[in-house]
Design a protein around this ligand. Structure first.
Ligand code: BES
Ligand code: MN
Ligand code: ZN
Length: 494
């Protein structure tokens, strides 16, 4: 899919589908321009269809004229209320309506009051809406997306250059979606390591993969306990992007990488959708997706480390027992009072390792708790951080990406819930406030003094029905927030 700017007007643009955004009681004259070009009474037709220009409305019309086969109208709501999110949503609707309608799409939205970020957001929405995962079908279903996307209308300064980021960023989101959607018999810890290796090879990044014995030597008893019941070897993945020239910031992205979470001996039963626990590597999917994007964007002045302690949580005669006490690589002893709170055990050793890199900041992403899904639902991830500056930066990065993120409290007194009679900590606190005690558990493994933030993406990693620009299934949540945060928005605000 190729994006370009077009100086054509509604009267002169030629292609398959022309999509036009209209506000309520539109006075732009766009409909009149189309009426005179096509010699069609479009206004009465829109009225007949009860199209008012309300946000979310969409209607299309086959015109079958030389140089144009169909028209799509997308409602934008009241003129004053058009935000970046409105344009993103409208672009997604336009993309859906143009599926199977031909090989080119012209898109005219009111960019006027926005900067180039709005055009980039709309372009991303078109591409990400059009994505369809057909890897596991023996016979692909027809899915014809327009190959040439032209953005019409006077675009803000710098748009042309900013559009160059669309393909790398969307490729990163698509990689994350493919990793998350892949079944656990295909996406194993070894396959995660292979994915990191492919990124390293394709873009010249550095990669270290620690095998089980390397992890044993480093004393990663928390991480290693989780995969004791699995036939698959754990893989501790460390992928590094280094900008050429001077480095101002060293950042670490840590992703939870459970390729399957059965719960272990605290087996997931009842309402728990155990078969969905293939997506328990969503954090590492987002981290590898962001690395894929950054590796191609090559932002200056940063070094970015991606850390994924990948494994499966399974049961057999060697599996960790509920009640076992293990020792993490910083010497902390942990009583595993619930084997289903395994993500934090893998992250503990990953965060100790991350701290040793002496970075300027650590951000971890994890499908960590069902409690976070209950608290914030499927459209908002939770953010925990003792560092206001980092929390604000991540909040801004998420806002710009249109990814829901809400800061939650790291209530210090709740740490009492993690006290063990025998060990330094237990891995599971009481049910109330379960996502807060999970975050407090992680905090124990980050060196004090290193700004750190934790994103619980358990709710946002998957969308059963699809919404906005996310087709049903894996969303690729987090990739665009991370890219915006690492680049300081430089890729979209050029
Ligand atoms: N991977 C799950 C969290 C999860 C639950 C993600 C639902 C997505 C949807 C995690 O490993 C887990 O099992 N957490 C437990 C923790 C509990 C035992 C303290 C949970 O949330 O129930
Ligand atoms: Mn679990
Ligand atoms: Zn899990």
């Amino acid at each position: 899919m190729q994006f370009s700017l077009s100086s054509a007007s509604l009267e002169s643009w030629t292609g398959s589908v022309l999509a036009v955004g209209l506000v309520e009681s539109d006075a732009s004259g766009l409909v009149e321009q189309l009426e005179s070009r096509l010699e069609l009474a479009i206004k009465p037709w829109l009225e007949q269809r009860r199209f008012k220009g309300k946000s979310g409305e969409v209607t299309s019309l086959q015109v079958l004229k030389p140089g144009l086969s169909s028209l799509v109208f997308v409602g934008l709501g009241s003129a004053e209320s058009v935000t970046l999110e409105t344009l993103r949503g409208a672009a997604a609707k336009a993309a859906k309506a143009s599926l199977g309608q031909g090989d080119s799409l012209g898109l005219l939205l009111p960019w006027g009051n926005h900067d180039s970020a709005a055009v980039v957001a709309a372009a991303e929405a078109v591409r990400l809406t059009s994505y369809k995962d057909q890897r596991f079908r023996s016979d692909a279903e027809p899915h014809n997306v327009p190959e040439r996307i032209e953005l019409l209308g006077p675009c803000p300064a710098g748009t042309e250059a900013a559009l160059a980021a669309v393909a790398p960023v969307c490729a990163g989101v698509e990689l994350a979606r493919e990793l998350v959607a892949a079944p656990p018999n295909s996406l194993t810890p070894a396959a995660m390591a292979d994915t990191a290796a492919a990124i390293a090879r394709d873009f010249g990044l550095e990669l270290t993969v620690l095998e089980r014995s390397d992890c044993e030597q480093r004393g990663m008893g928390a991480f290693l306990s989780v995969s004791k019941g699995s036939d698959l070897d754990p893989k501790f993945i460390h992928l590094t992007y280094r900008a050429e020239g001077p480095i101002d910031r060293r950042l670490v992205l840590v992703g939870k990488g459970l390729t399957f979470d059965s719960g272990g001996y605290n087996l997931k039963v009842g309402a728990a959708q155990i078969h969905m626990m293939k997506y328990d590597m969503g954090g590492s999917g987002a981290v590898l997706g962001a690395m894929r994007a950054l590796a191609e964007l090559r932002p200056a002045g940063v070094e970015v480390h991606a850390i994924v302690a990948s494994c499966e949580n399974m049961v057999n005669g060697s599996a960790v027992h509920p009640g076992d006490i293990v020792t993490a690589s910083n010497g902390t002893t942990i009583e595993i009072n619930n084997t289903d709170a395994e993500g934090r055990l893998t992250l503990a050793d990953a965060l100790v390792y991350a701290s040793k890199l002496e970075p300027d900041a650590i951000v971890d992403l994890a499908t960590l708790t069902g409690a976070c899904v209950i608290a914030l639902g499927e459209e908002i991830a939770g953010l925990w951080s003792p560092d206001d500056t980092l929390a604000t930066a991540l909040g801004n990065a998420a806002d710009q990406a249109g990814e829901g993120l809400w800061r939650m409290p790291l209530k210090a007194s709740y740490r009492d819930g993690l006290k063990s009679q025998l060990a330094d900590l237990k891995n599971t606190g009481p049910r109330p406030g379960g996502s807060i005690t999970a975050a407090l558990f992680l905090k124990e493994f980050v060196d004090a003094g290193i700004p750190w933030a934790h994103l619980d993406i358990a709710g946002t990693v998957w969308s059963d029905k699809g919404r906005g620009m996310d087709p049903a299934g894996a969303t690729g949540y987090g990739v665009r927030t991370l890219v915006n945060w690492v680049t300081g928005g430089a890729t979209t605000a050029a």
